[in-house]
Design a protein around this ligand. Structure first.
Ligand SMILES: C[S@@+](CC[C@H](N)C(=O)[O-])C[C@H]1O[C@@H](n2cnc3c(N)ncnc32)[C@H](O)[C@@H]1O
Length: 312
């Protein structure tokens, strides 16, 4: 059965998607128009990465002022449709034009700072591992996710995302529990810097979409900030990575994208997830160490004759 609906013709279907038990509904169309159609307090979590307005193939502009204007209209609607206790997670990177860098999350923070309905809980740094090498500034190797809760009584299940302790045998060094083991057997808080490889050509999750984020990124937030059957929205879903994460974690998903070809990719991936066959890199998989025997890991001969950095 197709998961895709057109909300242009059936706004009632969207409204019902927020309170029926359907596991996934994918829509083709504009994010703001969709948000305006949704009822107040109807979504448990919003996780998305909007266009950065950098002139990519799915963007009509490369001006940061357009990013700001779009978010001025969109953010109040997203906050309106979020349930009290729900979470808004917004993933962005830098806008770069003529070598000038604007961190897009700084614009989101400035827009939401006076909205008393939401509170910033974390600015998670996503360390992406790879990317373009710059010659006139340091290469960008991170993006961020702003996590806002709607109100102070919000869902947060730390145990669902704990990571192994570095020193599980560590003991309290002072106080009444001196000498006792100090670590949590379930693992430690993962912190706010997450190393997850970005989706490049050889990544198991790679599709034809030019800017996917890895499923593990929304998955970790979904595990920690939502419960079974909660409804997750991604209004700029692209290849449907958030939808795949939501289905794997037993949540419901509502997603949209303006480009029907990306909606088709998303549908294929979400259908695979519903069958338990999604191709994903596990959310808690350790980073691979380079294999020294691989040809690409070996230093070519002329590297040994290059000048040491301090000689340059
Ligand atoms: C950064 S990509 C999202 C990628 C996605 N997170 C993934 O993992 O595939 C942004 C997406 O927003 C879509 N888009 C651009 N303008 C839009 C609009 N006005 N409404 C809805 N989607 C839009 C683009 O087609 C693109 O797929």
């Amino acid at each position: 059965m197709s998961l895709v609906s057109s909300y242009k013709s059936t706004p009632a279907a969207i409204k019902s998607a927020t309170n029926t038990c359907r596991q996934a509904t994918l829509l083709t169309g504009d994010a703001l128009r969709l948000a305006k159609t949704l009822p107040d307090n109807s979504i448990d979590m919003i996780f998305s990465s909007p266009p950065y307005c950098m002139g990519k193939e799915y963007e009509s502009t490369n001006n940061v002022s357009d990013f700001l204007a779009q978010h001025q209209r969109l953010l109040p609607e997203l906050v309106r449709i979020l349930k009290p206790g729900g979470s808004l997670c917004w993933q962005t990177g830098n806008h770069v034009k003529d070598g000038v860098v604007t961190p897009l999350d700084s614009l989101i923070i400035s827009l939401l700072i006076s909205d008393e309905r939401v509170q910033l809980r974390n600015r998670v740094v996503w360390s992406v591992g790879h990317g373009l090498h710059c010659t006139n500034r340091f290469s960008g190797r991170h993006e961020t996710i702003l996590w806002y809760s709607k109100g102070n009584n919000y869902k947060f299940n730390l145990d669902a995302v704990r990571v192994p302790q570095k020193y599980p045998g560590k003991r309290h060094s002072k106080g009444p529990r001196k000498g006792e083991l100090s670590g949590n057997p379930l693992g430690k808080n993962p912190g706010d810097v997450w190393e997850i490889p970005n989706v490049k050509a050889h990544h198991i999750e790679k599709t034809a979409h030019p800017c996917q984020f890895p499923v593990a990124l929304p998955q970790k937030f979904i595990r920690a900030l939502t419960e079974q059957d909660d409804l997750i929205l991604d209004p700029f879903m692209g290849s449907g990575s958030t939808g795949v994460a939501a289905i794997i974690e037993g949540r419901r998903f509502l997603g949209s994208d303006i480009d029907p070809s990306y909606v088709a990719i998303a549908e294929e991936r979400v259908q695979s997830a519903l069958k338990g066959k999604a191709k994903v890199r596990a959310w808690n998989q350790a980073l691979a160490e380079p294999n020294p025997n691989e040809r690409v890991a070996r230093r070519p001969e002329h590297f040994f004759h290059a000048k040491e950095p301090q000689e340059i």
